[in-house]
Design a protein around this ligand. Sequence first.
Ligand code: NDP
Length: 284
Amino acid sequence: MNREKIIDGKFLAQKVRQKLAEEIKARGVCPGLAVILVGDDEASLIYDRNKKKAAEAVGMKCDFYHLPETTPETELLALIDSLNRAEDVHGILVQLPLPPQINPQNVLSAISPLKDVDGFSPCNAGLLMANSADAVVAATPKGVLYMLQSVLGNLSGKHAVIIGRSNIVGKPLAALLLNHNCTVTVVHSKTENIKEITGRADILVAACGCPRMVKKDWVKKGAVVIDVGINRTEGKLCGDVDFEDVYAQASYLSPVPGGVGPLTVAMLLTNTFEAFLKQNRLKN
Ligand code: NDP
């Protein structure tokens, strides 16, 4: 297998993290991140511990708040309020999904837009739609953009097809690629003739949570394929793209694991550093 086709997310993420660590050290600062998890979801616990480790490795402070599953919404909102005011906290993220007694919209709206490093608050989602430079761009779409630019450079005029329309991946990615002058099509579970549409894409991003759904006859020869999906089948991780099947058809493609996942964490740290600079009115 010609490994040059693989977009190595681990390597790219390492570069981003190293640059961040150098900048933080050179400035002699300590950006602060607060990660909140409500409940004991095993996968979320692993993700959040990884985020804490990654933040500390680049010289940030990271406080992990692990709250019981039964936490009332008022208590979570009170914690967010105190973190919004804390001068040593520059980024706040609340792990989704939340237990049913908590309304996620109330929680996302409560996070100060300046500290919303996940970019999921209505304010940042709106700023992204408006193509504002002030938008905090959600980490996964930002990581996908970074991967695409690493192999294509300028994305202007490319036809990008995104499989999935969630608020955390598909929709913000569509806005971001549109802002980078792609022609964007979003397909979802109700789309008819999906293969015909994906087969016209120069850039195909799969973010639907369907193990190995994308086969070679879904992909135009020479397309760049980014696999956001994280699925566990028979105890193993796999993406939404059938990597082996699509390999010969694509010009570049990202693997799972070792693709979008590591870049998502790196972009979360980048967002935290950028939030720190904004809150201290410093230049990047
Ligand atoms: P959601 O379940 O919120 O959204 C899935 C989207 O895919 C929906 O829009 C859904 O359509 C669409 N979809 C589902 N089945 C099909 C199908 N058969 N054909 C076409 N479209 C379909 O998932 P997320 O956006 O949160 O996550 C998507 C995947 O990405 C998951 O595997 C998740 O684990 C992974 N992920 C990975 C991250 C990373 O860092 N690598 C970060 C975030 C997510 P409809 O709207 O009609 O229901």
